[in-house]
Design a protein around this ligand. Structure first.
Ligand code: SF4
Length: 491
């Protein structure tokens, strides 16, 4: 019943043709009204043009508010998203039809930030929205748009009625860079890369002018089973975007990196899927310091998958439904998260046990194809670690990497944990985060996950998975909450 009602709710989100829903409870009825009509550009400009103070409420006095530092120079250019990812409820909160501000209104806000924000240095931290690159995109056919019941315009493929021309976004970026007093405009909102590859010029513009060394994008998984239930594109699209990103970075003479994000324990993910993802990470030399462990949150389809173990993306009948495997219970959820952080020695014991149970003992050892070593890192020599390809190769440090094993040692001089040139180059990015054995300090977390909507990023507002499960998880009572200030939004 829950899966069925969730399906109906998501089918009735079109503001022009969706119907109000009524559910009877005893002698009372619960009404869900139709989605509101999207705001016009004039109305959006009016809302965003109101005389906001742009400073925290005076009740906070001189208190330091970390979120304010990030948000004070961040500009929202639109509302809504037509991506429809199952784990996200931005579509339910803001609508599937994009509501755009005018270019003039956005440029005015940049000038206002320049003139009003105390301590403004000339850098705009973000020019985006729920998704960075859906500005002025939408359905080409108003009649189809008014009657459409598809939950996504881009899954399972980009709808042939969707306008994917990024010219307005490109123009906006160029104009924003020309505003007097603005030195740098960053794009920190999630880039929907399956859309971006439709416009190589957009990718060039983004990569050449708006990436600060690292660009975070969110494939979310590598395996088809979970990806289909998430309503996300396959890894082929990621590979095409990566090619373009590297090509344009090289053309611009910049050394830049893509940072992929993944979700563990999303409904539909089996142990084997997580293992394949971990092997992909290992093969591609990624050691994620920011991971999300799926957490059910209100209104999204993935939540109804989690509780009902049924696929609401397909028709749900009384006796016929598509079952969805769900990672439930502390042990399995911890294992899925641990596989994303296969490089963390705290997780090796659990991964070894799981590999033995799965009949994958050959992935334990010091050979390059192995996922975890037979023994803990303390007993390995640096040469053994290098040979295994673990904690070496293409490891890179980001500002969030401070909690990873090995980087503390790098900072303190010397490649004791097998870091490389890139790691060394960035060693000043983080605080000492590891003890002499390369293990994380107790309670050291690499951040928290949150999400941005309408310029405010707060955890859980819009129902994205918030994997920052900060319960003590290690055998030794360490807190193993890996996360990071994930930019809201979607991808
Ligand atoms: S017809 Fe296609 S582009 Fe138009 S709203 Fe529906 S899915 Fe989106």
């Amino acid at each position: 019943m829950y899966a069925h009602s969730s399906r109906i709710l998501h089918l009735e989100t079109n503001p022009y043709s969706g119907r109000a829903l009524i559910q009877r409870h005893g002698n009372r009825e619960l009404w869900v009204n139709q989605a509101p009509i999207p705001l016009s550009t004039e109305e959006m400009d009016y809302v965003f043009g109101l005389p906001y103070a742009r400073v925290p409420h005076p009740m906070y006095g001189k208190a330091k508010i970390p979120a304010y530092d990030m948000i004070k120079t961040s500009v929202n250019i639109m509302r809504g998203c037509f991506g429809g990812c199952s784990f996200c409820s931005i579509t339910e909160h803001e609508g599937r039809i994009i509501q755009n501000r005018s270019k003039e209104s956005i440029l005015n806000e940049l000038e206002e930030i320049r003139d009003k924000v105390p301590g403004f240095t000339g850098t705009i931290s973000d020019l985006g929205g729920p998704t960075a690159n859906m500005y002025r995109l939408g359905c080409n056919d108003p009649k189809a748009e008014a009657n459409c019941r598809r939950p996504s315009c881009v899954f399972p493929g980009i709808c042939n009625k969707l306008n994917t021309d990024h010219k307005h976004t490109i123009d906006l970026y160029r104009e924003a860079r020309k505003v007097k007093g603005i030195k740098k405009v960053m794009i920190a909102s999630g880039v929907r890369y399956d859309l971006a590859i439709e416009s190589p010029e957009y990718v060039r513009e983004l990569v050449t002018h708006h990436v600060g060394g690292y660009l975070k994008i969110a494939p979310e998984h590598t395996e088809k089973g979970p990806l289909d239930l998430m309503m996300k594109p396959g890894m082929g699209t990621y590979d095409r975007f990566k090619e373009m990103f590297e090509k344009y970075s090289e053309e611009a003479g910049k050394k830049q990196y893509l940072i992929p994000y993944f979700i563990s324990a999303h409904p539909g993910t089996e142990d084997e899927d997580m293992l394949n993802l971990a092997l992909w990470l290992k093969k591609n030399n990624f050691e994620c310091d920011q991971v999300q462990n799926f957490y059910p949150s209100p209104m999204c389809n993935a939540t109804s998958m989690y509780y009902s173990e049924t696929n609401p993306l397909k028709r749900v009948k009384y006796k016929r439904r598509e079952e969805v495997p769900v990672a439930k219970g502390e042990r399995q959820r911890r294992l899925h998260k641990a596989l994303l952080r296969y490089h963390d020695p705290d997780n090796w014991k659990m991964i070894r046990e799981a590999l033995i149970n799965m009949g994958k003992k050959h992935l334990i050892g010091d050979k390059p194809h192995c996922l975890v070593p037979e023994e803990d890192i303390d007993s390995q020599t640096p040469a053994q670690r290098r040979k295994s390809g673990r904690h070496g190769a293409n490891r890179f440090a980001t500002k969030h990497t401070k909690g990873q094993p090995g980087f503390g040692a790098l900072r303190q001089g010397g490649n004791k944990q097998g870091g490389n040139k890139q790691g060394s180059k960035h060693q000043g990015d983080g605080k000492p985060g590891a003890n002499k054995n390369g293990a994380r300090k107790p309670n050291q977390s690499s951040g928290s996950q949150g999400q941005k909507t309408q310029g405010n990023r707060s955890q859980g507002q819009t129902g994205r998975p918030q994997g920052n499960n900060s319960r003590p998880q290690g055998n030794n009572g360490k807190t193993q909450s890996q996360g990071g200030n994930r930019k809201p939004k979607r991808r």
